[in-house]
Design a protein around this ligand. Sequence first.
Ligand SMILES: CC(C)(COP(=O)(O)OP(=O)(O)OC[C@H]1O[C@@H](n2cnc3c(N)ncnc32)[C@H](O)[C@@H]1OP(=O)(O)O)[C@@H](O)C(=O)NCCC(=O)NCCS
Length: 164
Amino acid sequence: MMRFAFWQVAREYALQGLEADDAGALSLLHREDFVRPWSEDEFATMIADRTVIGFAARQTGHGREPPVGFILARRAAGEGEILTVAVSRAHRRQGIGWQLMDAVLRQLHAERAEALFLEVDETNTAAIALYKRLGFATVGRRPNYYPSASGTASAALVMRRDLR
Ligand SMILES: CC(C)(COP(=O)(O)OP(=O)(O)OC[C@H]1O[C@@H](n2cnc3c(N)ncnc32)[C@H](O)[C@@H]1OP(=O)(O)O)[C@@H](O)C(=O)NCCC(=O)NCCS
């Protein structure tokens, strides 16, 4: 009788700062989920910007792998703002989004920032669930903010997390 063995290899990830040569991979990842994807040049400009904080999540143990998730945030006038955060579909629900957000929160806290803000499509239940678990509260709503492929627009929620 034939027997089949099934096993699952636990994936391990590590967070690192973003580097200039990540721009192309970030642009491809961003394209997976956003109606208006940012170009490689736009990512290169953000990575080089000293007001921008960025982290990448990579699988460990295979040399320097392309990012499976990343986050970019900007700091200005004692506050932070998430520019974008994304995790590749194949790597979701394993805590990577949480770790990326936590890394930005910790860095801003260490820099004594007062608060972290973000905007999120009010139909994006996954991201909103993550942000609520991290202590973000809704402080505003911008109607007709995000265009969709179908031509309709959805509202943005403005969320804030206190860092003091
Ligand atoms: C939002 C996103 C970054 C979350 O990344 P992730 O690595 O899958 O998130 P995590 O595994 O860290 O999830 C942490 C918690 O967030 C919540 N959450 C995440 N995805 C969820 C989903 N699809 N449905 C419900 N809750 C979800 C859960 O509470 C989860 O904890 P749990 O898995 O123990 O239940 C990811 O879904 C993504 O890249 N989406 C597309 C891009 C995007 O929408 N970015 C945000 C733009 S503002």
